[in-house]
Design a protein around this ligand. Structure first.
Ligand code: PLP
Length: 382
């Protein structure tokens, strides 16, 4: 069966060039990079090379990059580590549309007694900057606000946000898991203190991530033990995956110019679906979005039912609903945007990558209308 993979915000394929550079680190160079002997020691320089490539993708100094196991670990490390280091009176600020990897640790800290503010968004998923400004009046603050949303692709004005937080004397972390590799990022211009990256969102394998920590940022360590990663994260390094992440970041940096081609494909898909299927709407600010993401509501029908039919045709996408306690609830992002009930339930996320083609787009545009027609005939809301 033909596979059309439009679920790249969930995970991406590992680029063949990435697999290729990893293999020697399973077969020949399997030494421990902390060893004194040449056999282990020769591995260390490859870790440092990879660190340089990750740093270069975001305009950081290599010494500011710590390798982690995933984006979730990077988020947890930044949030728990910074709040713990800054002490009891810290007020935590985040948004209502963050990924659970940010929401979870922030709410856990709230349950332990920290004050938490979750800033709202409007119906286009745009952050309420007035609410953010107001929440900064009582310092000191730690903020975690995402660079780009995983469900809608909406981009937060992170440069302006980080300048506001820094002027208020706060510390700011940004979850750039969806932005890294899709948008230019330069931490020498955007004054964030910490920034999370995940390998499997940019064609490296699952199980590797990185946290950028600006020099001088106070951060408690939660992985204690050995002195790896400059004492910031104990544990023998996952060398093949680190090397793979380095290669993926190098390729992402070189491929940023290709993002226009991806945006053109995404727009063709989006406009084609809106035209071919009545009662559809795009969720999220169409001007300020990741180039690869389109979140479309097919009104009056369930997203899961659409996905099921698409999957039968080899088309992979995601819905904005989560099956909780047996009922299909629209995601917290869609609910925070106040999308009407009949649209919220039928939201589908299409997320493209550099491996998608025009034929992929045509295949989906051709196959979607009969699915929507069939489901609408069964819908109690039509
Ligand atoms: N943050 C965002 C915005 C994400 O989209 C994801 C994964 O979907 C994560 C964090 C978690 O990353 P990982 O799967 O590497 O733990």
């Amino acid at each position: 069966m033909k596979t059309v993979y439009f679920d790249n915000n969930a995970t991406t394929c590992v680029a063949p060039e990435v697999t290729e550079v990893m293999i020697p680190f399973f077969k020949e160079y399997w030494g421990n990079p902390s060893s004194m002997h040449y056999f282990g020691g020769q591995v260390r320089k490859h870790i440092e090379e990879a660190r340089g490539k990750v740093a270069s993708l975001i305009g950081a100094d290599p010494s500011e990059i710590v390798f982690t196991s995933c984006g979730s670990e990077s988020d947890n490390m930044a949030i728990n580590g910074a709040v713990e280091a800054s002490g009891a009176g810290t007020r935590i600020i985040t948004s209502r549309v963050e990924h659970p990897a940010v929401q979870g640790p922030c709410r856990h800290l709230r349950d332990q007694g920290f004050h938490l503010t979750e800033i709202g968004v409007d119906s286009a998923g745009i952050l309420d900057m007035a609410e953010l400004r107001e929440s900064l009046l009582e310092g000191p603050v730690f903020a975690s606000l995402m660079w780009a949303n995983n469900e809608t692709g909406v981009i937060f004005p992170i440069e302006e946000i980080s300048q506001m937080i820094k002027s208020a004397g706060g510390v700011i972390h940004t979850d750039a898991v969806q932005a890294a590799g899709k948008l230019p990022i330069d931490v020498s211009k955007v004054p964030v203190d910490m920034l999370s990256i995940s390998g499997h969102k940019l064609h490296a394998p699952k199980g590797i991530g990185a946290l950028y920590i600006r020099k001088g940022t106070k951060l408690n360590t939660f992985m204690l033990g050995g002195h790896q990663e400059n004492g910031r994260r104990a544990g023998t390094e996952n060398v093949p995956y680190i090397v793979g992440l380095g290669k993926a970041c190098e390729m992402a940096a070189a491929g940023l110019k290709d993002e226009n081609r991806i945006a053109t494909l995404r727009d063709k898909l989006e406009n084609g679906l809106l035209k071919a299927c009545p009662d559809t709407m795009v969720n999220g600010d169409r001007k300020n979005r990741l180039p690869n993401t389109s979140n479309i509501s097919f009104q009056y029908i369930e997203g899961e039912a659409i996905l099921y039919h698409l999957s039968d045709l080899g088309i992979c996408a995601s819905s904005g609903s989560a099956c909780t306690s047996g009922s299909l609830e629209p995601s917290h992002v869609i609910r925070a945007m106040g999308i009407p009930f009949t649209a919220a339930h039928g939201s589908i996320r299409f997320s493209l990558s550099r491996y998608n083609t025009e034929e992929d787009v045509d295949y989906v545009i051709e196959n979607m209308p009969p699915i929507v027609d069939r489901l609408r005939k069964l819908s109690p809301f039509v």
